[in-house]
Design a binder for this molecule. Structure first.
Ligand SMILES: [Zn+2]
Length: 132
């Protein structure tokens, strides 16, 4: 039997096994770390997180809209998009450099939201409500 050296994925892309392993290894680790991190935050009572800044336009263009923004970890905070929405829009794509950090106080939330009028405008637009 021939040794398996690669495969073609559902989208028709041909993968060499070493390419695939180099992608899957770290990525699987990162994804499970992120999920564990999120679960831990919610279990400890956190409701809000902030998506990390960082990543260049080239490595993470899909996340530019979300970088530095405040998200609801539980999806039940009026006026704040949920982490699931961010993920659906592409956050945490393969090789994503972003993480979520918990926001622990109202004062910190007020401060973060005050930083970015564009973000407030965006929230009001998509949720059609006023926040703060
Ligand atoms: Zn990203």
């Amino acid at each position: 039997m021939d040794k398996l050296t690669g495969f073609v994925d559902k989208k028709g892309k041909a993968w060499d096994m070493s390419q695939y392993a180099s992608l899957l290894g770290p990525e699987a680790t990162i994804q499970s770390y992120r999920q564990g991190n999120l679960n831990g935050m919610v279990e400890s009572g956190a409701t809000l997180g902030r998506i990390s800044e960082g990543g260049s336009a080239n490595t993470c263009s899909v996340c530019q809209k979300w970088a530095g923004q405040v998200v609801s970890l539980t999806g039940d905070v009026p006026g704040i998009p949920s982490i699931d929405e961010a993920i659906e829009e592409g956050l945490f794509h393969p090789n994503c450099v972003h993480m979520v950090n918990v926001i622990s106080s109202d004062a910190e939330l007020d401060y973060l939201l005050s930083l970015n009028q564009e973000y407030l405008d965006y929230l009001m637009q998509i949720h059609n409500i006023l926040i703060l």
